[in-house]
Design a protein around this ligand. Structure first.
Ligand SMILES: N[C@@H]1[C@@H](O)[C@H](O)[C@@H](COP(=O)(O)O)O[C@@H]1O
Length: 241
């Protein structure tokens, strides 16, 4: 695991943007694994800037998102589908047909989860995956549990995640309690992984992750220790190691 410590959120976003830009330039039909949450927004801004100012081309790029709330459709401003459109896809020359965010309104969600993994595999697998990290160590929506799913699956969100994510909703009651998420195995299949963290709220979990030499389902991000190509980019506030 490689760790890069940058001055602040802006620098984290720039660094992550540079890594993604380089990969997209090297392989125009790249498959990107994308994340939501506030952390990757700065990196998406960098990519939009690179598209507008340097002509970074997304016309052949395919994307797969990590997760989505169950019950929210793409036109709901709190859905991750809506987030991706407004924060990235609407501002670059990507073919929307090539973008995939799990469908929180799928009729048979279990069946849909299996298909999502097959679909990623058919596209050739994720070349580079960006991840955030929850304050409780979750990646995507893989919450600390006795056991974690390997493939894309349905999860019950923990009270702490519901509380943290309630900042985007009018009330706690409105936060969906279940979600679709890529499984830990799905995430680990990505050829390259970049995890971003910013701000002091993330410092305890980043410290735990960096000091951990064990994998445990109680710290879902610890499974990244098994991957051969993970870069963690943090700002000084998130790094107190
Ligand atoms: N499902 C998402 C995760 O993919 C994300 O990493 C996490 C952290 O979000 P933030 O970047 O806003 O701290 O929040 C959500 O729960």
């Amino acid at each position: 695991m490689k760790i890069l410590v940058e001055k602040d959120y802006e620098a984290v976003s720039k660094k992550a943007g540079e890594i993604f830009k380089e990969e997209i330039s090297k392989k125009p039909d790249i498959v990107l694994g994308l994340a939501t949450g506030s952390t990757p927004i700065g990196m998406y801004k960098e990519l939009i800037k690179a598209h507008k100012e340097e002509g970074l081309d997304f016309s052949k790029v395919k994307t797969f998102n990590l997760d989505e709330y169950i019950g929210l459709s793409k036109d709901n401003p709190n859905s991750y589908g809506y987030f991706m459109d407004t924060e990235l896809f609407n501002h670059i020359n990507i073919d929307k047909k090539n973008t995939h965010v799990p469908n929180g309104k799928a009729e048979n969600i279990e069946e849909y989860c299996k298909k999502y993994d097959e679909f990623i595999a058919e596209a050739g697998g994720v070349d580079i995956q960006v991840l955030g990290i929850g304050e409780n160590g979750h990646i995507a929506f893989n919450e600390p549990e006795e056991a974690l799913s390997v493939g894309t699956n349905i999860v019950k969100l923990t009270e702490s995640t519901i509380e943290v994510n309630s900042r985007f909703f009018d009330s706690m009651e409105e936060v969906p309690k279940t979600a679709i998420t890529m499984g830990i195995g799905t995430i680990l299949k990505a050829k390259k992984i970049v995890l971003l963290a910013s701000g002091e709220k993330k410092a305890p979990i980043i410290k735990e992750l960096l000091n951990s030499n064990k994998i445990t389902t109680k710290l879902p991000a610890s499974f990244l220790l098994l991957h051969p190509d993970v870069t963690i980019i943090v700002d000084e506030k998130a790094y107190k190691g």
